[in-house]
Design a protein around this ligand. Structure first.
Ligand SMILES: *Cc1c(COP(=O)(O)O)cnc(C)c1O
Length: 365
């Protein structure tokens, strides 16, 4: 509790009675581990994204790890990644023994700048991982043109679309996370999807350790039917979740437009699923603390950019984003009262920084 009432959390899953019933049904059935529900969930997500098939895992990080293993990435190889993203990418790359090659942002977007990324490709680059940050579709075209395998990271963008196609329908492999507060939830959970039978077969094989004759190093990355049952009921509601997020974003933008703040806006030709509503303010960490004290939990949308984890210098645009990007609560289960509170408290917080020049504040022009 803040002095002003209960805290509005930064994010929260959206769970209904049908979700509860689906999980209860699996519990009652006694078939808890990976089984029919997982298989059905894989087929449904693959159908949703228009991919050949999916391989469900226990989390998004393990799906990334399996994606790299399936592509044969190992020591001596380089994997291109943006700095401004989830640390899970760094761990997956290092776990296969590869070297992360980290790319800075550019003005105008929180996504990996595809043209700049191309200039970082070397003879040893085996894969590029492209996360669609905060729900905004990243530009893939210049990277797909190179022929180097692209892993699309949908952890923050499942249910989004770009140029009339689902986000996640184009990369060599697409990776999802169903962590509790992602676009849809299974508690923990992930999936990799592809059109390549070979990659799918390798990933499916490496997900499990049992019953193998060749004892190469492997692990247990399986999802349970409990999680998959929840995934199925959540997936059925995903389109409505995205629509609700987008409708809230329109309202936020209308309410915050006249304030000295950088606002998210989809870049031309791409769409935004609004996993996060990220505004640009000077001294974002200080503003976040102020807002939290007033009952609205706001956060830096990236906790540790990869170049800092690796102690690399440079990366001025990513550093700029760390100083200015502020994620305010936006998710389907916000009530009307929550929305009103978020907007009024955020407006108050932003006005305190009012001396600063308008719109020069974020990466957004
Ligand atoms: C959350 C997230 C992951 C990791 O997913 P987990 O299910 O938490 O392992 C990977 N990439 C991005 C961009 C994420 O936001």
């Amino acid at each position: 509790m803040s002095p002003h009432g209960p805290m509005i959390p930064h994010s929260r899953p959206t769970i209904g009675p049908e979700d509860v019933e689906a999980v209860a049904e699996v519990v009652r059935s006694g078939h808890l581990a990976q089984g029919e529900k997982v298989r059905e969930f894989e087929e449904r997500v693959a159908g949703f994204l228009g991919r050949r098939d999916g391989v469900a895992t226990n989390c998004g990080t393990s799906a990334l790890h399996l994606a790299l293993l399936a592509l044969g990435v190992g020591s001596g190889d380089e994997v291109l990644v943006p700095s401004y993203t989830c640390v899970a990418l760094l761990h997956a790359v290092r776990y296969v023994g590869a070297t992360p090659r980290v790319v800075d942002l550019e003005a105008g977007s929180y996504n990996l700048p595809a043209h700049a990324a191309r200039r970082h490709l070397t003879a040893r680059t085996r894969v590029v991982i492209v996360p669609h940050m905060f729900g905004e579709a990243a530009d893939l075209e210049p990277l797909l043109e190179t022929g180097i395998p692209v892993i699309e990271d949908l952890a923050q963008a499942l249910g989004g679309s770009s140029r009339g196609r689902p986000v996640g329908s184009r990369g060599t492999i697409a990776v999802c996370s169903f962590y509790a507060t992602k676009m849809m939830a299974t508690g923990e959970g992930g999936m990799l999807l592809s059109d390549s039978e070979l990659l799918l077969r390798r990933a499916r094989d490496l997900r499990d350790y049992d019953g193998r004759t060749a004892h190469t190093t492997r692990f247990n990355y399986k999802m349970t039917d409990l999680q998959a049952a929840l995934g199925l009921t959540q997936l059925a509601k995903l389109a409505s979740f995205v629509a609700r997020r987008q409708a809230l974003a329109v309202r936020y933008t209308a309410a915050l437009r006249h304030l000295p703040v950088g606002l998210p806006g989809p870049t031309p030709g791409s769409a935004h699923a609004f996993y996060r509503y990220v505004i640009g303010v000077e001294h974002a960490p200080r503003v976040a603390r102020w807002l939290c004290e007033r009952g609205v939990e706001c956060k830096a949308p990236v906790s540790c950019p990869l170049h800092r984890c690796l102690d690399l210098d440079g990366f001025p645009w990513t550093e700029r984003a760390m100083n200015t990007a502020l994620s305010i609560p936006l998710y389907p289960s916000l009530t009307e009262q929550d929305v009103a509170t978020v907007l009024s408290v955020v407006a108050d917080g932003v006005r305190r920084e009012e001396a600063l020049p308008r719109r020069a504040l974020s990466l957004r022009s």
